[in-house]
Design a protein around this ligand. Structure first.
Ligand SMILES: [Zn+2]
Length: 438
């Protein structure tokens, strides 16, 4: 697409490596206007084009690419880093995470969400899925939604729920809140989306999974659920239902293109066939799975079946960061190590998964990031995808734009005073520890 003479542009970004829909342009440039990408082209912009732009950004030594998607985290855990502490998942949840979550005030939740969003922003994430738990009160949810508005990256709030066991909620309350959220955030033009977040098969009844999944289908949203993270969980579902977890979800009719299965570490061949057939998405969280000693997901076998995949960091209590670059490298390393095959997950493929298949093309929302590759860990660059997926850390992200607006520019957060935020978080955490008896 050519830029019409005289057309007003908001921004022109020139970069050494620009990821267009048809491949890398080295060098290349991107123009934006009214929140959308207008033009993606090889070479350098001519003088007349430069004169049409309000702002010209020189991204020399950088890669310009679509923002990354963090497919699974828990903002509440921003206050729980460093607590994996050598415990397996179930005792970690019962002894540490649930008591701390129960003690989170609305103000703690607000600060934790802001800090979690800032960390994602700084790591080049333009869309994050917060599996928002738990739901002490609607006010806890409201402050997360306000924090998302304040920081400005796109977010899906998957409202966590469980109607069985510890912290089980009244099904009517779950359905009412889900319906309200789905209705309010149903438009794809909004930065925030709403989803259903059943916590695990062993904490949710079949009947409620069916009812909530019918709602998400009605509103074109998703069911976002932790499944088969540990072997113990698989055993629990089998003892109760006689079926493996993926088979059980399928028997309920809740496994389809509106289903996001988080972890899927312990899935067998037949479950993987079903995931592919039903077009469910696996949210792969390799760092969290390894930190918790849960296992290594069978990514080579999932890829062979072309199962849809997204990357997730999982919450900071089990990772301990939300750096999706680190997650991408871990995904490559673990998959290749598991398969004893260096050809698995080439950098272009993991980059496509990390960006959720997005590309920079005219007409698309201007959600993009500038990543510095001009440093000793990455330079000199032979191959931009390798430099990004094997040599880059979140701290190399120079700028982040969402809807054509810079939220991070030259490493400076334009949305919030981070020093003040961290100060408030430290004070809040001390009080939280005291209340939770840690
Ligand atoms: Zn999780």
């Amino acid at each position: 697409m050519s830029v019409e003479a005289g057309m007003k542009l908001d921004t022109i970004i020139t970069g050494d490596h620009v990821l267009s829909a048809s491949g890398w342009l080295e060098p290349g440039y991107v123009t934006t206007a009214s929140g959308k990408i207008q033009h993606v082209s090889a070479g350098t912009p001519h003088a007349q084009l430069l004169s049409q732009a309000r702002e010209v950004v020189d991204a020399q030594g950088m890669a310009v690419l679509p923002g990354l998607t963090n497919g699974h985290t828990h903002f509440s855990q921003t206050f729980m880093r460093g607590l994996a502490g050598g415990r397996p998942l179930l005792s970690w949840l019962k002894e540490l995470i649930w008591p701390l979550q129960a003690a989170l005030t609305v103000e703690d939740m607000r600060l934790a969400a802001l800090l979690g969003l800032v960390e994602n922003l700084r790591c080049g994430v333009t869309h994050v899925v917060d599996h928002h738990k738990i739901t002490s009160s609607p006010a806890h949810t409201q402050v997360v939604l306000e924090a998302i508005d304040q920081i400005g990256i796109r977010a899906t709030l998957a409202r966590a729920w469980a109607d069985r066991g510890a912290n089980g909620e009244n099904p009517d309350v779950i359905l009412k809140e889900l319906k309200e959220g789905l209705r309010r955030y149903s438009s794809s033009s909004l930065n925030t989306r709403f989803a259903s977040g059943p916590l695990t098969p062993w904490r949710c009844s079949g009947q409620m999974l069916q009812k909530t999944h019918a709602l998400v289908r009605e509103y074109n949203s998703v069911t976002h659920i932790h499944v088969s993270e540990t072997r113990e969980e698989v055993k629990m579902t089998m003892q109760e239902t006689g079926m493996r977890p993926i088979n059980w979800l399928d028997s309920l009719g809740v496994l389809d293109e509106h289903t996001q299965v988080v972890h899927a570490v312990w899935v067998d061949e037949q479950e993987m066939d079903l995931l592919a057939e039903r077009q469910g998405t696996v949210i792969h969280c390799p760092v969290s799975n390894a930190v918790m000693g849960s296992g290594i997901a069978p990514v080579p076998a999932l890829l062979k079946r072309q199962v849809r995949m997204r990357l997730g960091t999982d919450g900071p209590a089990s990772n301990d960061t939300q750096d999706i670059f680190e997650t991408a490298k871990a995904a490559i390393c673990l998959a290749r190590g598991l398969a004893c095959d260096a050809s698995i997950l080439p950098p272009e493929q993991i980059l496509s998964i990390a960006t959720d298949g997005a590309n920079l093309a005219p007409g698309k929302a201007a959600d993009l990031i500038l990543v510095n590759l001009d440093h000793p860990r990455a330079a000199p660059v032979h191959d931009a995808p390798s430099a990004l997926m094997l040599s880059t850390h979140g701290c190399d992200v120079d700028s982040v734009m969402v809807n054509g607006i810079f939220l991070l520019r030259k490493g400076i957060n334009l949305t919030i005073d981070e020093t003040e935020l961290i100060k408030e978080c430290k004070l809040s955490l001390q009080k939280l520890r005291n209340r939770a008896g840690l």
